[in-house]
Design a protein around this ligand. Structure first.
Ligand code: AMP
Length: 501
C-alpha cells in the first residue's frame, strides 16, 4: 500500500516554508464527444458541455470534424456564454466533435491552455480533451523538451499530443494508446481523429467516463447527466484501463491499456462531491449514495435538534438522508443564490470568502430560536462553514451543529481536484475539536472511513485493495507520484510561462 509516501512526510515537516506546488496543473474538467450523428455535432457537444458545466467554469472549447477538416473554437467563460449562438455553432460543421469544459486556477486562465488541444501528427489531425492530472508530467515534459519537442501550453494534457506524435504505432488509435501507456496519473480522454472518436480511461479509473448512444451515433461523456440532456441512452461506463474506438461508420472496438487484473480504484470524491446527483458513476446513483452517506452519518453522530438543513447545493442529498434517518424535520435554513458559481472554484481565499456570503443567505424564519444541524458533503478549508455558522447565529439560531458527510480531508489530491496544498486543508493541521472551535459550531462530526465504506455497500475498507481511491482521507495513493517524489529542485523549477495579453 502506498501509504503516506515519503514526500508527504517531508511535506508535513516543511509545511510552512514550502513553496506552493505549481497551481497551473490543478484542474477538474468535463469531457464530451460524439461521432456518427445524423446532424451537426456542435450543438450536441455544446449541450453536453453545458450539462458538465459544474466540472469546470473557466473555459470551454469544441473541435469538430467535417469533410473539409477540423474546426475549433475555444473561449474563456461559461459554455452558454459563447456556444449558444447559431452563428458560432455554424462555424463548427461536421457530424463528429469533442468538447471540454475547464477549471483551472488564476494565472493559468490562458487561452492557449483551453482544450481541446489539436495537432497535426503522422497519419492525420488529432484533437484531445483531458480530465484529470498526470503525475509524471514534469519529468516527461523535461525529457521530451530535452529531445527537441516543442510544447505550446503549460497544460499536462499536451503530453498526450506530444507522445502521440512521437509514437511509432501504425494507426492513430495505436499512437494514442502508446501515449496513454506512457503517462501516469488520472486521465479520462475524448480524442477525435478524422475517422474515429476515441475514449480512454486510466488503468485505475480515477476519473469517470461513460459511453452512450444517440440514434446511430456514439457519445462519450464524463458523466451520464449529459446523456439525459441530449436524449442519449446510457450504454455503460468505459472500464478503467479501457480504450473505446468509435468509428464514423458505426463500429465500436474495445482495447486495453494494461493487462486485465489491475484493481480499479475510482476516485471516491466524484461520488462525494464532484459528480451531479443525477449522474450514475461506475454503476452507482450519485444521489442515492449521498443520501446513504447522510443516513450513516446520522447513525454515527446523532444530535438533538429542531431541524436538519443542507448547506446547499452539494449538501442536499446527505441532509435528506440525515433527516430521514434521524426523524428530525428537513428545513432550508439557508437559501442559495444560483447566480454566484461554486465558491471553491475561486482563485484566492479573500475572493472565496466573499463568494460564500454572496452564495448563501440565512433563512431567519427557520433558524430563529432553533437548534439547527447543518449538513455538508465535505469540509476543505473551512471557509464555507465558518461563514455560514456565523450567519446562523446572526439569524438567531440557538445552537448550530455541523455534520460532514465524509471523513476529514487530510491529504492533497494530485489527480485533478483542487486540493493541492496540504497547508490549506483544515483537517491536516487541526483536531476535530480544534476545527469545531475555529469554525464556531456547537458540535462537529465527520463520517468515519468505515461508515463511508458501509454506505458504499463495500463492507469495511480493505486495507490492501480498497474499492476506491480515498487518498484524500488516508494518504493511500493509487499510482506512483513521480513528479512529487522528484528532488525538490526539479519539482519546483519553474517552466517558463507565456502570459498572453
Ligand atoms: P471549504 O469552504 O473550503 O471548507 O470547502 C468546502 C465546500 O466546498 C463544501 O461546501 C463542498 O461542497 C465544496 N467542495 C469540496 N471539495 C471541493 C472541490 N475539490 N472543489 C470545489 N468545491 C469543493
Amino acid at each position: 500500500m502506498r501509504q503516506v509516501s515519503s514526500f508527504l512526510r517531508r511535506e508535513q515537516r516543511a509545511l510552512a516554508e514550502r513553496p506552493p506546488l505549481p497551481r497551473a496543473l490543478n484542474e477538474e474538467c468535463g469531457v464530451f464527444g460524439i461521432i456518427g450523428h445524423d446532424g451537426p455535432a456542435a450543438p450536441i457537444v455544446a449541450l453536453g458541455l453545458h450539462a458538465l458545466q459544474h466540472r469546470g467554469q473557466e473555459a470551454a472549447g469544441i473541435i469538430t470534424h467535417s469533410e473539409d477538416g477540423f474546426h475549433a473554437d475555444r473561449q474563456l467563460g461559461l459554455v452558454a456564454d459563447h456556444f449558444h449562438a447559431e452563428e458560432v455553432l455554424a462555424k463548427l460543421p461536421g457530424r463528429a466533435g469533442i468538447g471540454h469544459t475547464r477549471y483551472s486556477t488564476a494565472g493559468d486562465g490562458n487561452l492557449r491552455n483551453v482544450q481541446p488541444l489539436f495537432a497535426e501528427v503522422d497519419r492525420g489531425g488529432i484533437a484531445v480533451a483531458h480530465n484529470g492530472n498526470l503525475t509524471n508530467n514534469t519529468l516527461l515534459r523535461r525529457e521530451l523538451i530535452s529531445k527537441g519537442s516543442i510544447f505550446h501550453t503549460s497544460s499536462d494534457s499536451e503530453l498526450f499530443v506530444q507522445l502521440t506524435a512521437l509514437s511509432r504505432g501504425i494507426t492513430l488509435a495505436d499512437k494514442v494508446i502508446d501515449a496513454a501507456r506512457t503517462v501516469e496519473g488520472a486521465f479520462a480522454l475524448t480524442v477525435l481523429t478524422a475517422n474515429h472518436l476515441i475514449g480512454v480511461r486510466d488503468p485505475v479509473g480515477i476519473r469517470p467516463l461513460v459511453l452512450g448512444r444517440l440514434g446511430d451515433a456514439y457519445v462519450l461523456s464524463s458523466e451520464s447527466c449529459a446523456f439525459d440532456l441530449i436524449g442519449a441512452e446510457f450504454v455503460r461506463d468505459v472500464e478503467p484501463g479501457e480504450v473505446v474506438i468509435c468509428g464514423a461508420d458505426g463500429s465500436l472496438t474495445s482495447r486495453r491499456l494494461t493487462a486485465e487484473g489491475q484493481r480499479p480504484r475510482p476516485c471516491i470524491f466524484e461520488l462525494i462531491y464532484f459528480a451531479r446527483p443525477n449522474s450514475f458513476v461506475d454503476g452507482e446513483s450519485v444521489y442515492d449514495l449521498r443520501k446513504r452517506l447522510g443516513r450513516t452519518l446520522a447513525e454515527e453522530a446523532p444530535v438533538e435538534a429542531d431541524c436538519i438543513s443542507p448547506i446547499p447545493d452539494s449538501g442536499v442529498p446527505a441532509a435528506i438522508g440525515f433527516a430521514q434517518a434521524s426523524g428530525v424535520p428537513y428545513e432550508m435554513a439557508l437559501i442559495r443564490s444560483h447566480y454566484s458559481g461554486r465558491t471553491f472554484i475561486q482563485p484566492d481565499q479573500k475572493v472565496r470568502e466573499k463568494g460564500v456570503a454572496r452564495k448563501h443567505s440565512a433563512n431567519p424564519g427557520v433558524v430563529k430560536g432553533k437548534r439547527v444541524v447543518l449538513v455538508d458533503d465535505s469540509l476543505v478549508r473551512g471557509t464555507t462553514s465558518t461563514k455560514i455558522i456565523q450567519m446562523m447565529r446572526e439569524a438567531g439560531a440557538k445552537e448550530v451543529h455541523l455534520r460532514i458527510a465524509c471523513p476529514p480531508i487530510i491529504y492533497p489530491d494530485f489527480y485533478g481536484i483542487d486540493t493541492p496544498s496540504q497547508k490549506e486543508l483544515m483537517a491536516a493541521s487541526h483536531s476535530v475539536e480544534e476545527m469545531r472551535r475555529e469554525i464556531g459550531a456547537d458540535s462537529l462530526a465527520f463520517l468515519s472511513l468505515d461508515g463511508l465504506y458501509r454506505a458504499l455497500g463495500k463492507g469495511p475498507r480493505d486495507g490492501d485493495a480498497p474499492a476506491f481511491t480515498d487518498h484524500c482521507f488516508t494518504g493511500d495513493y493509487p499510482t506512483a507520484l513521480r513528479d512529487q517524489e522528484a528532488p525538490s529542485s526539479e519539482r519546483h523549477a519553474q517552466l517558463s510561462l507565456l502570459r498572453e495579453a
